[in-house]
Design a protein around this ligand. Sequence first.
Ligand SMILES: Cc1cc2nc3c(=O)[nH]c(=O)nc-3n(C[C@H](O)[C@H](O)[C@H](O)COP(=O)(O)O)c2cc1C
Ligand code: SF4
Length: 349
Amino acid sequence: MKISPFSPLELGGATAKNRIARSATNDHLGNTDGTVSDAQIEMYSELGRNNVGIVITGHMSVVPDLALRADIVQPSIADDSFIPGLSRIPAELHRYGALAVAQISHAGPKGMVKVDYNSLTVAEIDLIVQWFVDAAVRAAKAGFDAVELHAAHWYMFAVALNSDLNKRSDCYGGDNERRIAPLLRMIKEIKRVTENRLAVFVKLNAHNTLAGIDDYDMLVSYASALHEAGADLLDISGMSFAKQARDAECYFIDAAAAVRNALPDAKIALVGGIFSRATIEKALQVADVAAMGRTLLTQPDFVTRLQAGELEKSRCIRCNKCFEVFRTKFERCIFGPVNNKLKETFEDK
Ligand SMILES: Cc1cc2nc3c(=O)[nH]c(=O)nc-3n(C[C@H](O)[C@H](O)[C@H](O)COP(=O)(O)O)c2cc1C
Ligand code: SF4
């Protein structure tokens, strides 16, 4: 059955007005003290105004030490003092009826100070679990509809789930059950302390070995455990998203299909290589949500223009220069500032 991208979707008690998500995108626009900037509010406003139904923030650090963030301008969600600034994001998105999702992470080996999962004690991992739970409570207090636990790409909990990178032989390593255990505890605790009022999404890698071959048994095993623990959306990504061919479409769709077949009742988002009406429709044949990163980075008004029939395809050429151009202040894409208001706001800082 063909599902319209513009039909509503229930996700853990919250209702998204459509099935199109802005995938988490670290914007490099935060303040160095970890607070949210005016430029970020303007950026989220533009996504909300332009009919993106689910807006997932760039990843925010749960680690109390700001020096362990992913970069010097990554927003923090590790202290109650950040709640008033963070609350501006859902307030802005809710003006347009978009769901506001705070992605929360520990940068681990990708932080400014690198932290190796294998060298942590069990007590230290338990403390990190608690940091995620505390961060989720702050997200709820700030008015977010959901949190997304970042367990994808190369960050701390992607390492935990990767059977080659996780070399532990204690209660957090050695088999699938032990590798997934900290994430399951996070979900259960977040649900308990927020009394089920906050939806919990989890972003996962399609492949959880370094060879990156079709190890979907491991993915399905993790997905089943997360679903059973109460995860409201499984967001399927992968470590290789920046290495795909320019014209590659929906490159994690087979992984999403494996999860769909095993868990017909789970809600699934697919991200990676969705850049046109056709690829959104292709993604929704398997997943409940079509999530886009670079497409909305270069054209935040992509969905509005798609709905109006003004375009069929993103202008993104998947050059991956967006990982570098943020160093030139307001520019986020080789096509330029993207948004002049963003330029003004950023330069005024
Ligand atoms: C500049 C940039 C920053 C990103 N930051 C994040 C992030 O903070 N958290 C995350 O989970 N993924 C992040 N991603 C990955 C995207 O969410 C997405 O998974 C990836 O870009 C593939 O989707 P796409 O083909 O639609 O761009 C980032 C991607 C880009 C290009
Ligand atoms: S910099 Fe390149 S990959 Fe990134 S959004 Fe712009 S065109 Fe796409």
